[in-house]
Design a binder for this molecule. Structure first.
Ligand SMILES: *Cc1c(COP(=O)(O)O)cnc(C)c1O
Length: 421
């Protein structure tokens, strides 16, 4: 039996496991000699492709200086420079950066920050966070609670916390989902805010696309409306840009398309482009200053061992430099154009329920999950790595993918359906 336990996998049903021996550019090189175009960028993070020589060099240079050091009471140049750079490139007002080692932990940090923000301000009744159905914010659960009532987590024990889930925003392009429906959704949110006024600490949402929840793409106006309602009710507005950040939706950050500033924002995945796992939770000065005080009573009691890891920071800094220098937004725009020119023809196929495209995301939704059974191996035989989940066949390629490579990916996606009339 397998020693290696895989994620989201019924291990009993595991038939083949392809071993990657090396990877370069958009290609995964398998042990059996085949090479595959990675059409999903290793769960959307490998934005610069594999083994990018400049990023590799940046990491190696850093490893020879210091590969890791705790941020407790110490600092280092890569963390300081990355914090400064993130403040520069994110929406104005997000002026403070708290690092962690994964997107899930970055979300935990944001949630704790929002709850403690109110507590520090003397408002001890704001124990609730609002999220949306079909959202995905990570996999973590319970670690702090299992640690028992330690003095450094005291606040989170004296308070019981809860969350509400609102209906997911409606898909933006589906006919019949009219302005009236939009009004209904916004009114429902406002009603919840008013009903629980004084109890809600923050609202968290994935801007523009709920990715792992089924690639639900929705209008930027929705984000503007939630921002407006949060401001009106004095609720913190938290954006999870772990998946959408760093260009995926066609702008550097998805929130730019709504032209608002959140109070807290989480970055991950593309932040370090798949080289070293890392995340960042950014906060406004207003949030940051609520943690100022005479002692640790109001300090933020959180600190992942590997936060601000120098190798992760070096990779992120180099990745951001290349993103601007090599005009990645233009590449993403070209990917979007190519996807838009080719995938929508599938809409006439009886198995296909919907086709959605935004930035470097192309999604084919089928009516039944079983319609995608076997496509992973079919794609591998055609030299492409695709891994659909549930009813969603999608590509989220590295931005460096060439037009002909993307054509190969698109052809595999389309041929699967043409094989199945
Ligand atoms: C992937 C993802 C996370 C979790 O990030 P990990 O690094 O896997 O812990 C959180 N939020 C969103 C929107 C994601 O897509």
């Amino acid at each position: 039996m397998e020693k290696l336990w895989l994620p989201y996998q019924q291990m009993k049903n595991l038939e083949v496991l392809h071993e990657v021996q090396s990877a370069r550019g958009v290609y995964l090189h398998l042990k059996d000699g085949r090479k595959l175009i990675d059409a999903i960028a290793s769960w959307w993070c490998v934005t610069h492709g594999y083994s990018h020589p400049e990023i590799s060099t940046a990491i190696i240079d850093q490893i020879n200086k210091v590969s890791h050091v705790m941020l407790g009471g110490l600092s280092h140049s890569p963390a300081e420079r990355l914090a400064r750079r993130l403040v520069e490139i994110t929406p104005g007002g997000l002026n403070h950066v708290f690092f962690s080692d994964s997107g899930s932990v970055g979300v935990e940090v944001a949630a704790k920050m929002a709850l403690q923000y109110w507590y520090n301000k003397g408002d001890t009744k704001r124990d609730t966070l609002v999220a949306f159905k079909r959202a995905y914010h990570g996999d973590t659960f319970k670690a702090m609670e299992l640690g028992g009532e330690q003095s450094f987590h005291k606040l989170f024990y004296s308070q019981s916390t809860s969350s509400f889930h609102l209906d997911a925003p409606s898909i933006r392009h589906v006919e019949g989902r009219t302005a009236a429906q939009f009004e209904t959704e916004i009114t429902a949110i406002e009603r919840l805010f008013v009903k629980h006024a004084g109890r809600i600490a923050g609202v968290i949402i994935e801007p523009l696309v709920q990715c792992a929840g089924g690639f639900n793409m929705y209008s930027p106006v929705y984000i503007q409306e939630i921002r407006r309602l949060c401001t009106k009710q004095g609720i913190l507005f938290i954006l999870d840009e772990v998946a959408t950040g760093f260009g995926r939706t066609g702008t550097l950050f998805a929130v730019e398309q709504a032209d608002v500033t959140p109070d807290i924002m989480i970055l991950g995945k593309g932040l370090t482009a798949g080289y070293v796992g890392h995340a960042a939770t950014l906060a406004t000065t207003e949030v940051f200053e609520s943690f100022y005080g005479p002692d640790n009573e109001t300090a933020f009691m959180h600190g992942p061992t590997f936060m601000g890891n120098p190798l992760a920071c070096a990779a992120a800094l180099k990745g951001i430099e290349i993103f601007f220098r090599d005009k990645y937004l233009e590449k993403i725009n070209e990917i979007e154009t190519q996807l838009s020119d080719s995938l929508p023809s599938l809409l006439t196929h009886p198995l296909v329920k919907d086709v959605r495209i935004l930035g470097a995301i192309g999604v084919v939704e089928v009516h039944s999950e079983s319609d995608l059974e076997g496509i992973q191996e079919y794609a591998i035989d055609r030299g492409v790595w695709l891994r659909p989940f549930e009813r969603f066949l999608y590509t989220m390629p590295p931005y460096i993918i060439g037009a002909s490579e993307l054509t190969s990916v698109i052809n595999v996606m389309k041929d699967w359906f043409h094989r199945h009339p």
